[in-house]
Ligand binder design. Structure first.
Ligand SMILES: Nc1ncnc2c1ncn2[C@@H]1O[C@H](COP(=O)(O)OP(=O)(O)O)[C@@H](O)[C@H]1O
Ligand SMILES: [Mg+2]
Length: 510
């Protein structure tokens, strides 16, 4: 009996699992079986493997039984990434050789019929799974996949163009190249600059605060006041992605088919703006083999819901889980797949059906009932998670025509955001967490209110009939306003501004 063991890694969602592939040749009736919960794609792999091996002069055995086992047997396996390890296992079994380097080498790749190695989607979690082991792992993948791993440390990534090259390397008769140097990527500033926005200083301040504390924000105002423009400026306020964040953003885009293997890591904050006609699976993800939806594509970035009340009710309800947990669980059969979904939500809406009911509401033709029904379409789960609300009014003619002082530009505002975030990071409670995600039980401690602060909060709660939830929301916001001034404690004027930002009573059903 001849038994070969080959190492590989499979992915389910974003989770990578190490898989051992065993190939056994036994005396018996000629038969090939593949066991260990393979999906259809893997069963088809045999045809590709047979064709690719034939090209290099290795034939499937005709006189014995071949069993291919994917272990552990309990996990379902999917994708075409096992072609390469299966082919090498069969080759080694047929040639009856023991390649010494095989023990410390992982193999992932799809095979074309001519034996060339093709990239697989979602390679980054596979590299991460193998990173930082005691004995540095060597992994052989296609040249495209190898380039994706170029920026990673603690792993040796080798690039093989075809099956023959991989075999020569393992047999010690040939060398493989590394991924080459990562392409230099300079994130492009794709959005407009805040300096293009005339007036709307209050809204700009709101977005600055939202970026500093990771708060979700709702903009309410008549059509044509710059809500969409402001939202497009917003992502540039967030700090650049860390390498780890870039890896997870790139992985999600790759799994969604929006990132070509071999393209450099995505270094820009995602900005996703789905249209209000989007379906529920489109928004949160889904499908037979679950794919990430908009909420995950917006991970570490911004999800912009323009005309938020126009979205299907079900879609808005489905945002509850990602907003609360920062991830989404998608069921498929008995298994479930998780995709991360930590984003800043920026929502925009008109104040009422006719769009004019803001401020004095001059020119608004809507009845009270109509306005309430309209506002009520943005449901509890979302509203509960929005710390910050800003109202926009039409910009006066003089300001549109360049009168008044120049407003802040993106560069200035981003510097403020970075300063506030650096200040917040000094608190242990804030490690890796923005203020918006601070749990209720640490709020009083991190806010460190003085007597004046407590008084103003008590009075606001009484006068405005605020709920406990609103109370927490004001504290989180107050904390961010204090961070912007690098103040250890949240002071009275921070709370006053926080209460103001909570605003828009029309929408409150608390
Ligand atoms: N405050 C503003 N400053 C500069 N341009 C503006 C402003 N408000 C609106 N605009 C311009 O008017 C157009 C419509 O603005 P938009 O952002 O789509 O408004 P809204 O989303 O509130 O309906 C855009 O082309 C934008 O450039
Ligand atoms: Mg708009």
């Amino acid at each position: 009996m001849k038994l070969q063991r080959i190492r590989s890694v499979g992915v389910e969602g974003m989770k990578a699992t190490r898989i051992t592939i065993e190939v056994a040749l036994d005396r018996g009736l000629p038969k090939i079986s593949i066991v260990g919960l393979p999906d259809r794609q893997i069963r088809e792999s045999l045809d590709r493997v047979r064709a690719a091996l034939t090209r290099i002069g290795i034939a499937f055995p005709r006189d014995c039984r071949m069993t291919i086992n994917l272990a552990p047997a309990s996990r379902p396996k999917e994708g075409a990434g096992f072609d390469l390890p299966i082919a090498l296992g069969v080759a080694a079994a047929v040639l009856d050789v023991q390649w010494p380097t095989l023990k410390s080498t992982w193999l992932v790749g799809e095979l074309a019929l001519d034996g060339s190695i093709r990239p697989v989607a979602g390679i980054l979690p596979i590299f991460q799974e193998l990173q930082g082991r005691d004995v540095m792992a060597t992994v052989i993948v296609s040249p495209e996949n190898a380039r994706e791993g170029a920026a990673l440390e603690g792993i040796r990534v080798l690039s093989a163009r075809n099956l023959g090259e991989a075999i020569e390397y393992l047999a010690g008769t040939g060398d493989l190249l590394g991924p080459g140097l990562p392409e230099e990527v300079i994130p492009e500033f794709s959005g407009p600059d805040f300096s293009e926005v005339r007036g709307q200083e209050r809204a700009k301040r709101g977005l600055l605060v939202a970026a500093a504390g990771g708060h979700n924000v709702l903009m309410v105002g008549p059509p044509g006041t710059g809500k969409t423009l402001l939202a497009r400026c917003f992502p540039m306020l967030l700090p650049p992605l860390t390498l780890e964040e870039a890896v997870s953003v790139t992985t999600i885009h790759s799994l969604a088919g929006l990132h070509v293997p071999g393209a450099p890591l995505i270094r820009e904050r995602p900005w996703r703006a789905p249209h209000h006609t989007i379906s529920e699976p489109g928004l949160i993800g889904g499908g037979h083999v679950p794919r990430p939806g908009e909420v995950s594509l917006a991970h570490h970035g911004v999800l912009f819901l323009d005309e938020v009340v126009e979205f299907q009710r079900r879609c808005l309800e489905s945002l509850r889980e990602p907003l609360e947990a920062g991830e989404i669980r998608l069921n498929r059969g008995l298994q479930s797949v998780r995709f991360p979904s930590e984003f800043v939500l920026v929502a925009a809406m008109n104040p009422c059906p006719c769009g004019m009911g803001i401020g004095e509401g001059i020119g608004c033709r809507c009845g009270v009932r109509q306005r309430e029904r309209y506002a009520g379409r943005i449901s509890g789960p979302i509203l509960d998670r929005i710390d910050l609300r800003v109202t926009l009014q039409s910009v006066p003619f003089e300001i549109l025509h360049g009168g008044g002082s120049e407003g802040a530009d993106t560069e200035f505002m981003q510097a403020e955001v970075l300063k506030a975030r650096a200040w917040a990071e000094r608190r242990p409670e804030n490690r890796g967490k923005s203020n918006a995600l601070l749990p209720s039980n640490v709020l009083l401690e991190v806010c460190n209110l003085d007597r004046g602060g407590r008084r103003i909060l008590r009075e606001s709660m009484r006068d405005l009939e605020l709920s406990a939830r609103s109370h927490d929301r004001i504290l989180r916001l107050g904390r961010t306003l204090a961070d912007l001034e690098e103040s250890p404690s949240v002071q009275v004027h921070h709370l006053v501004e926080a209460v103001e930002f909570r605003g828009i009573r029309l929408l409150d059903r608390v």
